[in-house]
Each structure stands twice: as structure tokens, then as C-alpha cells.
Design a protein around this ligand. Sequence first.
Ligand SMILES: C[S@@+](CC[C@H](N)C(=O)[O-])C[C@H]1O[C@@H](n2cnc3c(N)ncnc32)[C@H](O)[C@@H]1O
Length: 203
Amino acid sequence: MKNEKLIEKYDKQAKMYENNRANQKLARWRNKIIKNAYGKVLEVGIGAGANFPYYDRDNVEVTGVDFSSEMIKSAKRTAAQFQVKAEFIQADIDELVLEDNSFDCIVSTLSLCSYPDPIVTLNKFNHWCRKDGIILLMEHGLSSNSFLSFGQKMIDPLHKKISGCHCNRNINEIMRNSNLQVDHIERYWSDILYLIWAKPVRS
Ligand SMILES: C[S@@+](CC[C@H](N)C(=O)[O-])C[C@H]1O[C@@H](n2cnc3c(N)ncnc32)[C@H](O)[C@@H]1O
């Protein structure tokens, strides 16, 4: 598997993600977006399974994807704790091949920041999601506040080096350039945090 160094970085962070799972600052937003998930759900970059507490466990079957084996181990424990039906695939999203139209819902939270080309990833969601399905995103990106965005741009190289992810992604532009149709978007924390309800578009 390529990306070995990055995987190692995330493996090392798995405990921290597990400890931060109950982060109350994010709980409200996670609940707001994840409660809309239903049916066969694909959650990409599942991490330590921070969204499991918010799924309606009677109405979802989750397939969690992550390239970090330590994150997957942690997510498995969280799924069991919250009694959510789940299976896991350890894979790099860039190499993952899934059947078209195979999920009712695709979830990504705080993960678009990690992928080399998030537009390519979103376009994969477009294929994997059923045409009447839903794509739910909670992502962080570049603030609309010029002072904050200047800081984000300045620290991005260091941020990427330390955490493995970018803090200067332009979420509006990424969504606009993807094939998805945005139904609803909410922004918080000086427009750093985005909640997005989208759907696939068939050509
Ligand atoms: C910032 S964490 C977010 C975790 C979780 N979604 C959350 O909301 O807390 C990003 C996750 O994506 C995973 N990841 C990053 N790049 C990936 C890739 N190319 N393929 C698969 N997983 C990836 C990391 O291992 C990590 O678990």
C-alpha cells in the first residue's frame, strides 16, 4: 500500500481520536448530520468511529473504510459499544473499488482534508451512492474571515506535517467542482466547519 508514512501517522493518532470521540464541541454537529443517515451507509475515513453514537442503529448498516488498521480496530470497538451493525474495509480510498449504486447514504466527516484530491473522492461517492440516496458531509476548511484564512494558509504546511491533513481546503470550491448536487449547506465557526447535504447526479 502506498502512503505508508501517512498511515503510520494516523495509526499513532488512533488513541487520541478514541479519547476525543466524545468531544462535546463537535457532538452537536455530528448529531445534526448523522441522524439523517439511513439504510446501507458507507462511511469513508471512519477514524475511531466518532459518528457511531449518532447513527439510528435500527435503520443503518454501516460499512466503514479507513486505511489505518489502528483506526479500524478502534472503530470496531465503538460500533460494538453503540450496537451499530457494521463491517469494515481497510483500504486507501484512492484505490478502493466498489460497485456503483451500492449505498443509500455516504458519510464523510473531517476527512476530505486528508485526501490528495477531494474532488476525485467526491466523484467516487457520486457513483457509489444510489441515485435517490444522500451524501452527508461534516468537513472543515478555509474560513471566510480573511484574518483566519490567512493564518490557515500560513500554517497549512506545518499542520499537514503534524496531523496528516490540510486546514486550508476551500470547501465551497471543492463542492462546486465536484459532480455532486448540494441540497443544503450550513456553516459554523467563522465558516470553518461545514455541514453539507448533497445528492448524486447522473449524467
Ligand atoms: C481527520 S480523521 C477523521 C476521522 C473521523 N471521520 C472523525 O470524524 O473523527 C481522517 C481519517 O481518514 C483516514 N484517511 C485519511 N486518508 C485516507 C485515505 N486515503 N484512505 C482511507 N482512509 C484515509 C485516516 O486514517 C483517519 O482515520
